[in-house]
Write a protein that binds this ligand. Structure first.
Ligand code: TXA
Ligand code: MG
Length: 336
């Protein structure tokens, strides 16, 4: 039986934190709130517990996980080398929604890295995640707590629906602040590479690494990707997603679908006054990348739960601040 334990997101209750640490120490899995999305946590130094993460997610075992730590000291213990780029990024953005890829230390279990030579590390800022890390005294491996390729969970209830009995305890600290995953940067190369745009946006990243290379762009559609998480289809709802270039076109396609008897949803950017049809499920997301990102996954999930078959999405601006949102929409729209 999965236990759902409420916990204060700002001043986490000690008994709940201790219980989560106890479960992790015993090789169990914990649904853990972070500032980005909920993670499916296991003790990173326990290969058997890490193997349970892959099983619970239905994730191929060569897809690396993120190791969560309290800060740079703990990160360096997991890494073979700690390049200057990693130090500058950590100093500027940790704790926070930035994941740094470096060479894995020999002593760090390969399972966390999906068997590879590199390791992705981040120091989360969420008080609950930090309290559990402190109580455990060891790094925590945690991918987003969703089934493979599905929508990342932004509430404890989403974790329960995604993973079900595969998780022992879920800490319920309410909805996540960012609602979208961390930004992933490869710090192994002279010129750092953006592997996944995320909650820390590109304009902020560039203040520390102005020469960052857009690997997310360069590898779009390529066979060989630097990170398994960069595969085309990912972060996808059950419904088919269609991106329309503008509002009138989105509305036209949605109306046509409804006319054909399809259960359609329309996701627009900013407010919308006129309802074209009562049969259409319309959701308006804010014309602001941070708020849009916060609501995106939960809205797509809601439309899935309403048994919508096609979601027509009004395209978001092609602007660096919207990069993470545009990336998730593009992947959601990729055919299965
Ligand atoms: O916000 C987040 O990052 C959340 C919370 C729970 O921390 N975690 C998360 O984990 O999104 P996951 O496993 O769903 O996504 C990890 C991403 C994937 O795109 C993966 O390919 C990439 O990080 N990644 C992990 N290890 C890597 C490595 N060694 N080299 C390159 N990319 C790596
Ligand atoms: Mg994920």
């Amino acid at each position: 039986m999965t236990r759902l334990l409420p916990v204060d997101p700002i001043a986490p209750d000690a008994e709940v934190v201790d219980e989560a640490a106890r479960v992790l120490r015993a090789g169990g899995l914990v649904g853990l709130p972070t500032e980005t999305v909920y993670g499916l946590a296991a003790c990173a130094l326990d290969p058997a517990a890490v193997a349970r993460i892959f099983a619970a997610k239905g994730r191929p075992s060569n897809h690396p996980l993120i190791a969560h730590v309290l800060g740079e000291d703990a990160a360096q213990r997991l890494a073979a080398t700690w390049p200057d780029t990693a130090h500058r990024l950590a100093a500027a953005f940790w704790p926070g929604p930035l994941t740094i890829v470096v060479d894995r230390a020999r002593g760090t279990p390969p399972a966390v890295s999906g068997g590879g030579d590199s390791i992705a590390i981040r120091a989360p800022s969420h008080a609950v995640a930090r309290a559990v890390l402190r109580a455990l005294g060891q790094p925590i491996a945690a991918p987003s707590a969703n089934r493979f390729q599905g929508l990342s969970p932004t509430t404890a209830d989403h974790v329960l629906r995604e993973i079900g009995t595969g998780v022992d305890v879920i800490l319920d600290a309410g909805p996540c602040a960012a609602g979208i995953e961390s930004t992933v940067v490869d710090a192994r190369t002279t010129r750092p590479r953006l592997l996944r745009p995320g909650a820390l946006d590109l304009p902020h990243l560039r203040t520390v690494v102005p020469d960052i290379e857009r690997a997310d762009e360069a590898y779009r559609g390529a066979e060989e990707r630097p990170s398994p998480g960069m595969q085309a289809r990912h972060y996808a709802p059950r419904a088919r997603v269609h991106i329309a270039p503008d509002r009138p076109e989105a509305q036209r396609i949605a109306d046509e679908l409804v006319h054909q008897g399809t259960r359609a949803g329309l996701l627009v950017l900013g407010p919308m006054s006129s309802r074209s049809s009562d049969l259409l499920s319309i959701r308006c997301l804010a014309h602001d990348p941070v708020t849009y990102a916060h609501d995106l996954f939960s809205t797509l999930r809601e439309l899935d739960e309403a048994r919508i078959d096609v979601i027509v999405v009004e395209a978001v601006p092609q602007d660096d601040a919207w990069l993470a949102v545009a990336d998730r929409l593009r992947r959601a729209a990729c055919p299965a």
